[in-house]
Ligand binder design. Structure first.
Ligand code: NI
Length: 258
């Protein structure tokens, strides 16, 4: 079982990281992708500790849309930094990157500029992208199609769209990753989307420390809880949790490599 997206190098885990990792192992979570914000030296240092304690964890790094405003003046320098940190971390993907028009913490033109540049970098480097998109569907697809040139691979992380958007993501060649929201009582539309995506494009994640699934809702989330997301997804697809675990693990390897 794999948690395809977590923020294990976040400050929220600094005090009890060994316990968090022990619980993940006990729950059968053998691998994870740990997202590290490019340019965040504190998080990078903590990522070193994550790697030491959990050697099979992989890393992804990139400039989040919330931080894009700080880099808009000199995208070339920002890209050089991302590229350097990909090397330092031996990153398996560029992310999370994208557009967030819900919070609008960065001006939208800066978000688009920084996102598009990182998509071009991913395409040039042959790396998948981990996409964060919120209330920005049309611009997200426009940039992925335009800059990706049909050759780009990646995942819509913590997917919150509807069935039509999920099928658009699939048509683009992307994977669709579901998080704890899938377990929330009022997430009927999201479960419809999860029921519609091709089996070989499904992924599961925690996005921990955020968005803990039922019955942990409101607590700090952690990689062990990805099992709850997997069970919900298995129910939706009339599969056993073991079958779905095998499926999403194969999907993960297909996207991020072995
Ligand atoms: Ni995230």
């Amino acid at each position: 079982m794999i948690d395809s997206h977590c923020h294990l190098a976040g400050e929220e885990f600094a005090a009890d990281l060994p316990d968090v990792i022990a619980r993940a192992h006990a729950a059968g979570v053998t691998e994870a992708v740990c997202i590290v914000a490019a340019g965040d030296t504190g998080e990078q240092e903590r990522a070193g500790r994550v790697r030491a304690l959990w050697p099979t964890v992989r890393f992804a790094t990139g400039i989040h849309p919330h931080q894009a405003g700080a880099f808009s003046g000199d995208v070339a320098a920002a890209l050089a930094m991302v590229e350097r940190e990909i090397g330092t971390m031996d990153a398996c993907a560029i992310g999370e990157i994208g557009l967030d028009y819900h919070y609008d913490f960065s001006p939208r033109d800066a978000q688009q500029e920084v996102f598009a540049a990182q998509v071009r970098l991913a395409r040039a480097r042959g790396l998948p992208v981990v996409v964060h998109t919120r209330e920005a569907t049309a611009d997200t697809f426009r940039i992925l199609r335009g800059e990706g040139g049909g050759a780009l691979r990646g995942v819509f992380h913590c997917f919150t769209g509807d069935r039509a958007m999920a099928l658009d993501a699939e048509a683009l060649g992307f994977h669709v990753s579901f998080a704890g929201i899938l377990t929330f009582p009022r997430a009927g539309e999201l479960r419809e989307a999860a029921a519609a995506v091709a089996l070989e494009r499904l992924l599961v994640e925690t996005d921990s420390p955020y968005l803990a699934p039922v019955p942990h809702r409101g607590q700090r989330n952690e990689p062990a809880f990805v099992v709850r997301v997997l069970e919900t997804l298995a129910d939706l697809r009339a599969a056993s949790a073991a079958e779905m675990g095998t499926q999403v693990t194969a999907n993960f390897v297909a996207l991020f490599g072995k």
